[in-house]
Each structure stands twice: as structure tokens, then as C-alpha cells.
Design a protein around this ligand. Sequence first.
Ligand SMILES: C[S@@+](CC[C@H](N)C(=O)[O-])C[C@H]1O[C@@H](n2cnc3c(N)ncnc32)[C@H](O)[C@@H]1O
Length: 258
Amino acid sequence: MGWTYEQFKQAILDLINIDLSSYKERQMKRRIDSLINRNGCDNYKDYYDLINNNKEKLLQFVNYITINVSEFFRNPAQWETLEKNILPQILEKYKKIKIWSAACSTGEEPYSVVMLLSKFLPLSSIRVLATDIDMDALEKARKGIYADNSLGALPKEFLHRYFTHRENSYIIAPEVKSCVDFAQHDLLQDPFPDNCHLILCRNVIIYFTEEAKAKLYNKLSNALHPDGILFVGSTEQIIMPQRYNLKPVKAFFYRRMQ
Ligand SMILES: C[S@@+](CC[C@H](N)C(=O)[O-])C[C@H]1O[C@@H](n2cnc3c(N)ncnc32)[C@H](O)[C@@H]1O
């Protein structure tokens, strides 16, 4: 006998501790249904048995539902705002800054922050915490090897300074890599760091339900230093940010209100 989607969600929570109920249901269910189809399974129970008994299929499932697409300097205009406006303001007040790239996927985002910051500070004084729920993405991030399709928006000066080109890939420089601490972290369940001067949480919130979003914005706001900045994705503008003690400073940037 097959399972309902509810039963499948519960079984996934028990198996890998990913809470599918906090992700928008229609979108997530459609994605999972299509994956089940592609794997030739008839129903949720058959597909669950498949991923429960096959590590590779389980990894495929996690990768597919978490959607790891990323690129360096994604939405370049916003990175320009970060460089020209936000970072100078933060650095004017604080010499040592705590930065968190949440849901960092395969590392393009935290490495972009490091490279940008290197225009202001010596690499030796830069530290970025970068987290994601997906261990596989984190492993790729730690390796730091990229295909050219993730480098489209990368400024040429950084490409020349911080990458080695080998065959079809680009390898990030060890001195950039060593500025980033990667760790597994689930935005829906794990405790958050505190006193961050800058948090990047981009292109992940769109997948969450309204309820999960509200909880997340509260937790992100609390994770900020009293005048810290939250940088969100280009489709993730926050409606009535004052609810979360946040104030818009530029499009896609919010400051915690003290
Ligand atoms: C589309 S990528 C965004 C990557 C990067 N922030 C960017 O904007 O290019 C979304 C990432 O969110 C991660 N993710 C999904 N659910 C998560 C959760 N509950 N906690 C932490 N990360 C999660 C996925 O594993 C994926 O790497």
C-alpha cells in the first residue's frame, strides 16, 4: 500500500531530520513527485524504500530538494551596494567583523564576501562562517573547485588574483579558502550564532512556508549585532520588516534596530 505525502514527510523527518513541512508544500510536493517518477517508483512508500536502502539515491534526493544552485557575486548590483555602501559603513565602526553566510550551498557566496572584503582588509583578518544543511554541498565548498558557469559575474580582478585555471575548472586560492569556516547547520532547527555584523541569507527563504519564514526572520534578527545588517536574495524582500526589529537600508539590505 502506498503512503500519503504526510506519511512520507514524517518518514523523511525520522530518516534524515529534514522537516519538509516547513517548505512550501505545492512546490516541494511537485518536485518530489517528479523525482519519484524519474526513479520509476509508483508511490511515496516505494520511493522511501529506495532511498532508505541506497545511499546514492538518498544523496540525490537531498541534493534535489535543497536546490544547490549558486554563483559568485550572484546579482552583481547588490554586491556593488554591499561594497560601496554597506561594508564601508560597518567597517567605519568596527575593525573586526563577524560574518555569517547562511545556506551557503557550494561556497560561491562566502568566497565572494572574502574576496570583496580583501579590498578593505588584509585576508589574515577576515573570517566568514558559512553553513548549509547539505553536507554534499559543503564538501564541494571546501574543495573550492568550480566550473565556469558559476563565474559569470566574478570581477576579472578577482578571477586573476584568486583562481587557478586547470583544464575545465577554476580552483580557488588557499588563502581565500582559509578565511572561511564551513559547518553544517539547519536554519529551521539549529541554534543561531550571535552578534553578527553581517548575515547573508539568500535564495533559501523563498522555499519556506510563511510560518517558517516568520520564525526565521526573528532568529536572523536576533543573530545580528545591535546594528548588524541582513542581506537577502533578490526575490526575498521582507514585508513589514519592523515586525522583526529590522529596518530597510537599501533594497535587499536590512539593519537591526537597536
Ligand atoms: C539556492 S541555494 C542558495 C545559495 C546561496 N545562498 C546563493 O544565494 O547563491 C539554497 C541553499 O539552501 C540550502 N538549504 C535548504 N534548506 C535549508 C535549511 N533548512 N537550512 C540550511 N540550509 C538550507 C540548500 O542546501 C542550498 O544549498
